[in-house]
Design a protein around this ligand. Structure first.
Ligand SMILES: *[C@@H]1O[C@H](CO)[C@@H](O)[C@H](O)[C@H]1NC(C)=O
Ligand SMILES: *[C@@H]1O[C@H](CO)[C@@H](O)[C@H](O)[C@H]1NC(C)=O
Ligand SMILES: *[C@@H]1O[C@H](CO)[C@@H](O)[C@H](O)[C@H]1NC(C)=O
Length: 826
């Protein structure tokens, strides 16, 4: 059987090859199209084999198939026809085999007979081409070149041969054309050929419909949608929305302020279109201030911006897409000024200390004012505090000169704190101030000033050497050495003594010391000038008069001027016998070098030849008769007179007054005894008498002359007012001044007259200072001859004229008297 089957296969092949319809072994074969209706007659097999129709049913003719395969055909026993028993689908039976033969057997019994029947199933175009998927998706990059081919999965048609897919067709479209190609195995497939470039940015997806056509008649077709996704190619660089971005930002804006947002778009898709941002060019400074969000393009403030530091920032921002195409843009950020800077005052120079004698308008300092802000925020007004002698004068640009406006006086204000305020014109304005400390330098502009206009000091005579006499103080408000006071005595002469011989002064303390012991009788008072000098350069000084009054101490005994104290008998008074009672006989003249009470003399007769005959004026020293002289009275009368001053204790001295009661000197033999047996006593006596006579005559003449002269003028007050004239020879050598009613006076009288006169105190000063003390040998000396006879005299003025050279006008002018008159004499 196996052999048979192989043989049959061989036969079929042979049949096909040589187109033999009838089997060589008596087999029959038919050819039918597939898909015939059931019952369709394939052929009359009985007749074709040559069987008797009548015997068919008897012989149990039947169709057998091999194995269990389905029975597609059957035999009509009545007609002997082979009919289709079941739908025959060629594609099912043979799929893609080119020949499809259905092999059945016709069996007959009695006798057993077997016939092979071959039924060739012919294809009909009953299947359309079918694409494997409903939709074909393709991804094509947009930058695919023209002519690029993209193979499309072929369609399948179950039919074979001509009925299989013969062609493809593409719907009209803009980009692709179709190329149909044949496989190695003869199958057809198609390729999409890019005819016009794709641009994803215009068209992301291209939809095509591809039709597959078979070769049947009529032809059947199948179509498929082709979805082409245009794949992005990074063919677009990011594009910024503006070519340049500008933003303005007030300085001191808070952190995180969004300054601006740059944005760039990229037409590309996906990563190619994702733009990230970064700074492509930025200064280090700006980098610390601005941060760029890479994704959003937002520029934020991350530091503090200061207009004064930088007013404008420029940077470039780059936008970059996924594969690195870039573009960039310029970003300028302008910082807006805010009035955040107070003006600053700089003291550029300061002439401190400024000398106090600087004239008004002196420049003492230069000030510079700065404000880091701009525009009106840096317009500055500068003011100076009130009440100081300074002003600000605008100079070039932001410079101001600080000038004095008035006189400065260090002694009043030693330093100034000058507050200078600068205010800008921002809103709100800011201001600042500066204190300029200026000190005033001393200039030696104040002389020392004594605490008193003048000083009076009293010093007791016979003081010890070096004892302090007085103290002066002067103050000088100047500074340091300009205010350091040094005392000194102005050189000068006091009665012939240089001042330095009398006084010394402590230069530092102003204490005046006596250099020597003072004698009231020598200097009753005197004036010295103390100079207070400061130590400045040049120094300033002032002087003050210090009047030193030497206070008298009763250290001088009265001194008898007349009668001669040496007890010489030459001085004998003649008392006429006819003298009535109370007639003036003689006068005891005494002086006391002391003053005041110390020179207040009182006279008394302590012993007399006849105590009842003569009396003496207690204060005048005048000796008068107490009664008429009688014949019985002795010719010689001696009186011992005591002269006593009023000091404590009082000092006294005695003298003897010789009186002769006689009318004629010749009657006095005793005189010869008293003249110490001098051989020339007689001659002397005669001389005396002659001198007295001449003197008396001269005296009388002068009285008349003076009376005539002075009756036309104010009666001068003379030195020896009320005093008894004394020949200069009798004055003590160091006689200074005799005070008291009965004694000589000088200095005080001078002062008194000068102050009542029209003279200035200056004059008085000079006079007093230079000539406050009369020296005996300068007073009434020289012109008055010591040995000139001299008698009692009631008129002191007269006496002066007698003693001194002819009177001059100066007698009227007491102030001039001493100095000039004496000068004349010298
Ligand atoms: C000026 O200021 C200084 C220090 O602040 C102070 O010592 C001085 O007394 C002041 N002077 C005046 C005149 O106010
Ligand atoms: C004293 O005054 C003079 C100018 O008269 C001045 O030059 C000097 O500096 C002053 N001395 C002091 C210590 O102030
Ligand atoms: C003493 O002071 C007076 C006035 O104050 C002045 O005229 C005189 O020159 C001064 N004398 C001296 C030596 O300074």
């Amino acid at each position: 059987m196996k052999y048979t089957k192989n043989l049959m296969d061989f036969c079929v092949w042979l049949w096909l090859s040589i187109f033999i319809v009838q089997s060589a072994h008596g087999d029959v074969s038919y050819s039918i199209p597939e898909e015939l209706k059931r019952g369709s007659v394939i052929g009359n097999v009985a007749k074709d084999i040559g069987l008797d129709l009548k015997g068919l049913s008897g012989r149990k003719a039947r169709i057998d198939t091999e194995g269990n395969s389905r029975r597609f055909v059957d035999i009509n026993l009545r007609t002997g026809e082979l009919v289709v028993a079941e739908r025959i689908d060629r594609e099912e039976l043979c799929s893609e085999k080119l020949s499809c033969v259905l092999n059945v057997e016709l069996m007959l019994e009695t006798p057993l007979e077997l016939h092979r029947v071959l039924i060739e199933i012919k294809d009909i175009n009953d299947n359309s081409p079918i694409f494997p998927t409903d939709v074909i998706t393709l991804e094509i990059s947009e930058n695919a070149d023209k002519g690029a081919a993209f193979r499309v999965a072929g369609a399948h048609d179950a039919d074979i041969g001509q009925n299989a897919v013969q062609n493809y067709a593409l719907e009209n479209n803009n980009h692709f054309v179709l190329a149909v190609r044949t496989n190695d195995d003869g199958g057809k497939y198609s390729e999409l050929i890019l005819d016009k470039e794709l641009d994803r940015e215009k068209e992301e997806e291209v939809k095509l419909v591809l039709k597959a056509l078979d070769g049947g008649n009529p032809a059947k077709s199948g179509s498929v949608a082709i979805h082409i996704t245009v794949l992005d190619a990074n063919d677009n660089a990011p594009v910024f929305s503006q070519t340049a971005y500008k933003a303005s930002l007030p300085e001191n804006s808070p952190l995180d302020t969004v300054v601006l947002i740059v944005s760039a778009t990229d037409a590309d898709a996906g990563a190619n279109g994702e733009v990230t941002y970064e700074f492509s060019r930025i200064t280090e400074k700006a980098r610390k201030l601005f941060a760029l969000n890479h994704q959003s393009g937002e520029i934020r403030l991350i530091g503090s911006v200061d207009y004064e530091d930088e007013s404008k920032y420029e940077m470039r921002v780059q936008g970059k897409d996924g594969t690195g195409l870039t573009s960039d843009t310029k970003v300028s950020i302008e910082i807006i000024d805010v009035n955040d800077n107070a003006p600053v005052i700089y003291l550029k120079s300061l002439n401190s200390p400024v000398p106090e004698n600087a004239p008004p308008g002196t420049e003492v300092g230069i000030i510079n004012v700065q404000d880091r802000d701009s525009d009106s925020n840096r317009q500055i007004r500068c003011t100076i505090q009130q009440g100081v002698p300074f002003k600000l004068v605008p100079s070039i640009k932001n410079y101001f000169s600080l000038l004095t406006t008035g006189e400065l006086d260090r002694e009043l204000i030693t330093d100034y704190n000058i507050t200078i305020t600068a205010t800008d014109e921002g809103s709100p304005p800011l201001s600042s101030s500066k204190v300029v400390h200026l000190s005033v330098a001393d200039v030696n502009d104040n002389p020392p000033v004594f605490s008193k206009q003048s000083y009076i000091a009293h010093v007791t005579e016979n003081n010890s050497q070096g004892s302090s006499v007085a103290s002066v103080t002067a103050t000088d408000p100047d500074w340091r050495q300009n205010g350091t006071v040094i005392y000194s005595l102005l050189p000068g002469e006091v009665n012939g003594f240089p001042v330095s011989a009398l006084l010394s002064i402590n230069g530092d303390t102003g204490v005046i010391h006596a250099v020597r012991s003072f004698d009231y009788e020598q200097f009753k008072d005197f004036k010295v000038k103390v100079l207070a000098r400061d130590n400045g350069s040049p120094p300033l000084s002032s002087n003050v008069t210090v009047s030193i009054h030497v206070v008298d101490v009763n250290d001088n005994s009265p001194q008898i001027l007349y009668p001669s104290p040496d007890g010489s008998s030459v001085m004998t008074e003649l008392v006429p016998r006819a003298a009535p009672a109370a007639s003036l006989v003689s006068k005891v003249i005494a002086v006391d070098a002391d003053s005041g009470q110390n020179a207040w003399l009182s006279y008394s007769i302590i012993k007399a030849t006849d105590p009842g005959l003569f009396t003496i004026g207690v204060h005048s020293g005048e000796i008068r008769t107490q009664r008429d002289i009688s014949e019985s009275d002795a010719i010689k009368q001696d009186l011992i007179v005591s002269v006593k001053d009023n000091g404590q204790p009082s000092l006294s001295v005695t003298c003897t007054m010789y009186l002769v009661i006689s009318d004629n000197l010749a009657d006095i033999p005793e005189l010869k005894d008293r003249s110490h047996e001098d051989s020339s006593s007689k001659l002397t006596t005669y001389l005396i008498i002659a001198l007295v006579s001449v003197s008396t005559f001269f005296l009388t003449f002068m009285i008349i002359a003076l009376a005539v002269r002075f009756c036309h003028r104010r009666k001068p007050r003379l030195l020896f007012d009320g005093a008894v004239a004394i020949p200069s020879a009798y004055l003590p050598p160091n006689y200074a001044d005799v005070d008291g009613t009965m004694t000589l006076r000088s200095g005080y009288n001078y002062d008194a007259y000068l102050t009542t006169g029209s003279r200035t105190s200056d004059f008085k000063f000079v006079q007093s200072y230079n000539d406050g003390t009369l020296l005996a040998d300068r007073t009434l000396s020289k012109s008055c001859t010591a040995d000139e006879p001299f008698g009692p005299c009631d008129e002191p003025e007269t006496l002066l004229q007698i003693c001194c050279p002819p009177p001059s006008q100066r007698y009227c002018n007491i102030g001039d008297f001493t100095a000039e008159h004496m000068d004349d004499q010298e």
